[in-house]
Design a protein around this ligand. Structure first.
Ligand code: GLP
Length: 260
């Protein structure tokens, strides 16, 4: 895994935006895999700025979001649909018909999940998948014990994840129990995985995912098996990495052609 440690979230999100923008410039019909939560907020602000100021063009781009809450309608303010439109889609020129987000209200979840997988395949596969990490090591909503080769499906959230989302929902009891999420196998099929992590509370999950054993108990650890995964973290999220000094040295001494 390539590990890029930056002093803070702002600088890390600049690097992340350059990585995403490079994919879009090199491949105008790129397929982006997108995440929600607090982690990618600054990345999305940067992409909106790059669209406005540098003409970064999303007109040929397709996107697939990782996950959505079951039972939350797209128009609900706490749906991931609403999040994505507020944080990114309203500020860039990606055509509406190329935006894909799992439908939490679908009457037939298994059929909708199969269709979602098929749509990703038809689009040519995901070129770059943006990921955050849960405090328990989940990516997407693949909670600990998820099959390492799982596909898009319904999952049940752990109490820890529901507690982590309680502030947004105004209390843990209001956080849905069920979600639709791309599987770990779906994520692993992406050509590039871009994992972002910020803040002290992610340090343990990051250390386990990057330097620990590959295990379904830390779903993010499957990224160690990916031929091209990049972690961009701030110092706090990287604070439990045993080889942090080495990663920093490697990054500081990259030849120009390897820099983002
Ligand atoms: C949720 C999302 C994940 C996200 C994770 C971390 O569970 N489904 O995609 O990475 O939370 O959230 P945050 O970025 O808010 O810390």
């Amino acid at each position: 895994m390539e590990i890029i440690i930056q002093p803070d979230q702002l600088q890390a999100s600049e690097v992340a935006a350059r990585i995403v923008a490079r994919t879009v410039r090199e491949k105008p019909h790129a397929v982006l895999g997108l995440a929600t939560g607090n982690t990618p907020l600054q990345l999305y602000r940067n992409l909106v700025r790059m669209h406005r100021e540098e003409g970064l063009d999303f007109s040929g781009v397709t996107s697939f979001n990782l996950d959505e809450y079951v039972g939350i309608p797209p128009a609900h303010p706490l749906s991931y649909h609403s999040y994505m439109w507020a944080q990114l889609f309203s500020g860039i020129n990606m055509p509406k018909e190329r935006i894909n987000i799992p439908d939490g209200m679908t009457p037939d979840i298994p059929a909708a999940c199969r269709k979602y997988e098929q749509a990703i395949r038809s689009a040519g596969g995901i070129d770059i998948q943006v990921l955050g990490i849960g405090t328990n090591g989940h990516i997407g909503f693949n909670e600990p014990s998820s099959s390492l080769s799982s596909r898009t499906r319904i999952k049940t959230l752990t109490e820890q994840t529901r507690a982590d989302s309680s502030a947004v929902f105004g209390g843990a009891e209001s956080v849905p129990h069920h979600v639709i999420t791309m599987g770990l196998g779906t994520i692993m099929d992406s050509r590039l995985c871009l994992l972002l992590a910020f803040g002290r509370k992610k340090a343990r999950a990051v250390a386990q995912a990057v330097e620990g054993p590959i295990t379904a108990m830390v779903p993010g650890s499957i990224l160690q098996m990916h031929p091209r995964s990049i972690l961009v973290a701030d110092r706090e999220a990287a604070s439990e990495l045993k080889m942090a000094d080495y990663y920093v040295w490697v990054n500081d001494h990259k030849p120009d052609w390897q820099k983002y």
